[in-house]
Structure formats: C-alpha cells, structure tokens
Ligand binder design. Structure first.
Ligand code: C2G
Length: 146
C-alpha cells in the first residue's frame, strides 16, 4: 500500500484544494492530510475562517482523503513520515524548493503538483469583501498571502 502525505490549512475549501487532493491520491493508495491547527496557523501568520474541527470534518468528507492528522509545527514532518510509513510527500508547486520540504527527500519521495491557477482562499476572501462592503465602505483587500 503506497501512502501519501500532504500538508495544508485547507480553509474555505475550493477546487484548487480538491484538485490537489485528487492528484495526490492518484499517486498511491492511502492519502493522509496533515491539517494546520488554529495555533499553527497563527505561527504561519494565517487566520482561517473555519476552525480546525470544521476544516477537519470537511476534509474527511472528501472521497480522496483517508486520514486527517493535526499539523502543529514545522518540525513534525520526519516523525509523521516514520509514524505513518509515508512513501510520498506531495505539495502544490508554490512550495517547490522551500527548505520547509526539500530536506524530506532523505526520508521519502517528494512531489510537487502544479498549483491550480486563479483560485485561492485569499482571493475568495478579497472578492467577497469587495462584493459585500461593510456600511457601504469598500474593504481594502489583504495582500495576497498564498
Ligand atoms: N493549492 C493548490 N492550488 C491552489 C491553492 C492551493 O494546489 N489554487 C495547494 C497548496 O499548494 C497546498 C494545498 O493546496 O499544497 C493546501 O493549500 P493551503 O491550504 O493554502 O496550505 P498552505 O497554507 O500552503 O500550508 O506545512 C505546510 C503548510 O501547512 C502548507
């Protein structure tokens, strides 16, 4: 059984996330998602709309996802790979070359899949904000963080 592992926040789930998960699962037989906790998101400078429990439930409803575990820090990846006997870590191409992942090649295969253009959680938030100004005041979009 080929075991795949990926990491992320997966907030305001969108087709870019689903496409990543579908392609990751197609690389093996069992897909584990290490989902950023709310506390780790704070460390990453991200504030998700949905909390961890909600984001976890949504991921568990996706046919490609077999297990969701918490991502609590940057340092847990090697122990995750060993504990879950992971064969391949998969990430979107925006992470390609990052030192947060490149060292993992000593422990397992590392594959980057093309990021889906034209969609991101930040884009969704910004466009909703512009479409729904508060008290008639257009809200300035947050800088693209993804
Ligand atoms: N993604 C994608 N296409 C998009 C948006 C996201 O392929 N349009 C991918 C990202 O590359 C990532 C995954 O979907 O592999 C989850 O994206 P995020 O929820 O934005 O996760 P991120 O903030 O990149 O957190 O330790 C690593 C971090 O937890 C990754």
């Amino acid at each position: 059984m080929k075991r795949i592992l990926t990491y992320g926040t997966f907030d305001l789930l969108h087709y870019g996330h689903i496409r990543l998960l579908k392609r990751a699962k197609a690389l093996g037989d069992y897909l584990i998602v290490a989902l950023s906790t709310d506390e780790f998101n704070e460390l990453k400078g991200k504030k998700s709309y949905h909390n961890y429990e909600t984001r976890k439930k949504m991921l568990e409803a996706i046919r490609y996802v077999d297990l969701v575990i918490p991502e609590e820090n940057w340092e847990q990846k090697i122990s995750d790979i060993q504990k879950y006997e992971v064969d391949v870590v998969v990430m979107g191409s925006d992470w390609a070359g990052s030192d947060k992942f490149s060292y993992l090649t000593k422990y397992c295969e590392l594959i980057y899949l093309d990021r889906t253009e034209g969609i991101s959680t930040t884009k969704i938030k910004n466009e909703l904000r512009l479409q729904n100004p508060i008290n008639g005041v257009d809200q300035l979009p947050e800088p693209e963080s993804e």
